[in-house]
Ligand binder design. Sequence first.
Ligand SMILES: Cc1cc2nc3c(=O)[nH]c(=O)nc-3n(C[C@H](O)[C@H](O)[C@H](O)COP(=O)(O)OP(=O)(O)OC[C@H]3O[C@@H](n4cnc5c(N)ncnc54)[C@H](O)[C@@H]3O)c2cc1C
Length: 466
Amino acid sequence: MSSTKYDVIVVGTGPGGYVAAIRAAQLGLKTAVVEAAELGGICLNWGCIPTKALIKSAQVFEYINHSEDYGIKVKGAEMDFNAMIKRSRDVAGGMSKGIQFLLKKNKIDQLLGWGKVQPGKKVEVEDKDGKKTVYAGDHIIIATGGRARELPALKIDNEKIVGYRKAMTLDKKPSKMVVVGSGAIGVEFAYVYKSIGVEVTIVEFLDRIVPNEDEEVSKALEKIYKKAGVKIMTSTEVTAVDTKGKGCKVTVKDKKGTESTIECDIVLSAVGVVSNIENIGLEDVGILVEKGKIKTDEFYKTNMPGYYAIGDVVAGPALAHVASAEGIICVEKIAGHHPEALDYNNIPGCTYCIPEISSVGYTEAQAKEAGYELKVGKFPFSASGKASAAGAKDGFVKLIFDAKYGELLGAHMIGANVTEMIAEIVAVRKLETTGMDLIKTVHPHPTMSEAVMEAAAAAYGEVIHL
Ligand SMILES: Cc1cc2nc3c(=O)[nH]c(=O)nc-3n(C[C@H](O)[C@H](O)[C@H](O)COP(=O)(O)OP(=O)(O)OC[C@H]3O[C@@H](n4cnc5c(N)ncnc54)[C@H](O)[C@@H]3O)c2cc1C
């Protein structure tokens, strides 16, 4: 048992864990983090950041291939697949080093190894040589994150059937890929691989791609992807994959029960994530789990006093910014502050395929179902000067207002840079601004963000540029 006693020990250093630890240190709490793999968690090493690096490489290649659209002739551009992968790994490695710097700067101890919570507010850490040390803390925060979900018919073998980790570290460029699942991870990888010349088929069990988005967004993305040559099979499930022989034979079944086979070199399983709740001592302490997630109250306390959980191990959207926000609230509460509970209705969701997608709040269908009378405004980027100049006319901004009080119930965007534009909407909703205020908020010209003001104006019959 270590003689050092901590105020806070955080198990896991993803965007939930490391942010919680830094906030705890800022608040004067003696803090340690436990990490079994890379500092920064999935987000920095295997999620948000390396995927965006790959997307940027793919987009640069697309720009070069379409450079004549911008009046530039480029001859002989070649994709160097291994260099693209290396760049993505270097970006991730740099970010992870940055976390190490931040932890040191905030005088947070790094306990490297596998952490297991124990009764009596303790954490056992087993290092890579098998040596176990027990640490005591007044508050233990579990932030062990998640991993790829596996379907019974689609067991990841890391050779021909891969998850997101292998998909971002392949040794060579495949020629045909089947992407199973069309949530954010699926459509982002589909963009990367189709842009560098891979024949991509998306198989989605539900009746539309990006099924959590507003229906109009799903339709728009499907049209753009199909035009770019991506094959899309919705209302279709994978029933078997035959990996014997040279490539893979993927058997799929549509909703009428008709089976067909797709041949490819590699299958990417992108069917969601599950929480890392196994072998971390939950049962020893008596911490309750519900539907595969650690059960907490609104300030992330588990049923056992002194133990907390945040990020992908608790219910709520599995997103980095959610994990970080939960970590900050959890620690501020521990420190005796009075933080506001997180408003899960005002969490932006972003997908970084090209064109990008962002959204917050109700979809149109959800708002109708909730019984609101609606005013809906839509502004297409084809009518935006900035979008025309940039050669990015695909997509739109759609805003959904409550007709009675003007409350902005939801926003749905697809187009260039919309993942940057959604923050305005989140602020507007946080400040409970009405549609009229948004129309009267002067937006700079020419910008893509003018489409937000114009979409609000469209909802109230005041749109100028349509
Ligand atoms: C391909 C991909 C792309 C994504 N893109 C985005 C995006 O663009 N935007 C976004 O918001 N979200 C994105 N996500 C989701 C995001 O990565 C997660 O929501 C986020 O990382 C969750 O943070 P976390 O702190 O809960 O856990 P994680 O980031 O999963 O970190 C958990 C950490 O705990 C460590 N750990 C686990 N068990 C133990 C143990 N017993 N002892 C010690 N350490 C342990 C792990 O090694 C890991 O470092 C993406 C995810 C994937 C897979």
